[in-house]
Design a protein around this ligand. Structure first.
Ligand code: AHR
Length: 309
C-alpha cells in the first residue's frame, strides 16, 4: 500500500513551519553529481523547503546512517540517491515504520516491495545505453572487420552502470562485428577512468577501436591515457560517453570525444515539486523520468553555451 501523507497541519492545510526534507546524497564522485547537489540546494532555497543534506561519499553504510538520523530528527520527507541498487529493504522498512514518505532520486533501488517508496525521479539509464549503441551502429556502418570496444563501467551494482551496459549491448546485438573486448568498473571517477584506460591500452593496444564510457569524468581521464599512449582520441579510438557536462562538450569541440548521451542532473525543481505535492496529500506517479537527448561532434559548438553543468 502507498504511504498516506499529511502536512504538519493536516492534509491540504498550509504548513505553519517550513517543510523539512532530509536528503541522502550518495557522493561527489563526478561533475554530474556536483551539479545534482547544487540543483537540489538551490531548488530547496527557492521553494522555501528546509534541506538537511548528508553526503555519503559513495558508502551505502553512511547512507543508512544518514537515513536513521533523518528519522530521529522527524523530518517531513526523506529523499535518497542510492549508491547501489541492492540492500535497501531493511532501512526502507524503518522509514515506513516512522511514517515518513520516501522519494528515490537519480538511481533506483531493487526492493521486494515497491510501495516502500512513493516515487522515483530520474533518468532512463537503459535508454541512455541504447542511444550509445545505436550511435555506434551508425558510426561503424561501413566497418568490414571486427571492431574492438572497451567499456568503462561506473560503480559496480549501481543502476546506471547495470542499465547503461545492458542497453548498449542489446543495441549492438544486431551486428556481431562490434565486440566488447574489455570491460571494467572505474567508479564514475576521472582518476579511475584514466587508470583503467591505461590498463586496457596495455592489454589490447591498437585492437581498441572504440571506448564506451558510462560517464564523462571517466571519459575525460581516458582521453588523457589515450594521448599518453600516443594515439588520437576521437580519431584512432572513437569515444562515446554519457552525461553531457560542459567539459565533455569542450572535448567534443576539439574532436576528442565523438558523442555524448545526455543524463540530466538538474533534478532539484522536480524533487521540490514532488515534496510539495506530497505534503499537500496528492498522489504522485511511480516514476518521473526526465527527457534527454544525444549530441555529436557536429552539434557541440552550437550546444556548448547551453550546457548548465
Ligand atoms: O547516477 C548518475 C551517474 O552518477 C552519472 O552518470 C555519473 O556521472 C554519476 O556519478
Amino acid at each position: 500500500k502507498e504511504l498516506a501523507v499529511q502536512g504538519s497541519n493536516g492534509a491540504g492545510q498550509p504548513n505553519a513551519r517550513p517543510i523539512v526534507l532530509g536528503f541522502s546524497q550518495l557522493g561527489s564522485e563526478s561533475d554530474w553529481r556536483k551539479a545534482n547537489t547544487s540543483s537540489i540546494v538551490e531548488a530547496a532555497k527557492e521553494a522555501g523547503i528546509q534541506l538537511r543534506l548528508e553526503n555519503a561519499e559513495q558508502s551505502q553504510q553512511r547512507q543508512f546512517e544518514a537515513v536513521r538520523s533523518f528519522i530521529q530528527q522527524q523530518v517531513d520527507v526523506i529523499a535518497i540517491a542510492p549508491v547501489i541498487e541492492s540492500g535497501w529493504d531493511p532501512i526502507l522498512r524503518e522509514v515506513r515504520q516512522a511514517g515518513i514518505p520516501l522519494i528515490i532520486l537519480d538511481r533506483l533501488v531493487e526492493v521486494s516491495d515497491p510501495s516502500l517508496y512513493i516515487t522515483f525521479i530520474g533518468s532512463d539509464f537503459y535508454e541512455e545505453g541504447t542511444k550509445a549503441g545505436k550511435y555506434l551502429l551508425d558510426k561503424m556502418s561501413d566497418a568490414a572487420g571486427p571492431v574492438g570496444i572497451v567499456e568503462l563501467r561506473g560503480t559496480e551494482g549501481s543502476t546506471p552502470s547495470i542499465a547503461r551496459g545492458k542497453g548498449f549491448r542489446d543495441a549492438l546485438k544486431e551486428r556481431d562485428l562490434l565486440r566488447v573486448i574489455q570491460s571494467e568498473a572505474a567508479d564514475f571517477t576521472y582518476k579511475q577512468g584514466k587508470e583503467v584506460m591505461r590498463s586496457f591500452l596495455k592489454a589490447k593496444g591498437k585492437e581498441i577501436r572504440v571506448l564506451y564510457s558510462h560517464n564523462d569524468d571517466m571519459a575525460l581521464g581516458a582521453v588523457e591515457a589515450i594521448e599518453e599512449y600516443g594515439l588520437k582520441p576521437g580519431k584512432d579510438i572513437i569515444i562515446i560517453s554519457v552525461d553531457g557536462t560542459r567539459k565533455a562538450f569542450e572535448k567534443m569541440m576539439e574532436g576528442k570525444i565523438n558523442s555524448v548521451v545526455e543524463c540530466n542532473p538538474l533534478l532539484g525543481p522536480n524533487l521540490m515539486q514532488a515534496v510539495n505535492e506530497l505534503m499537500q496529500g496528492r498522489t504522485l506517479p511511480k516514476k518521473i523520468i526526465t527527457p534527454e537527448s544525444i549530441f555529436t561532434e557536429a552539434m557541440a559548438e552550437k550546444e556548448v553555451k547551453n550546457r548548465k553543468y
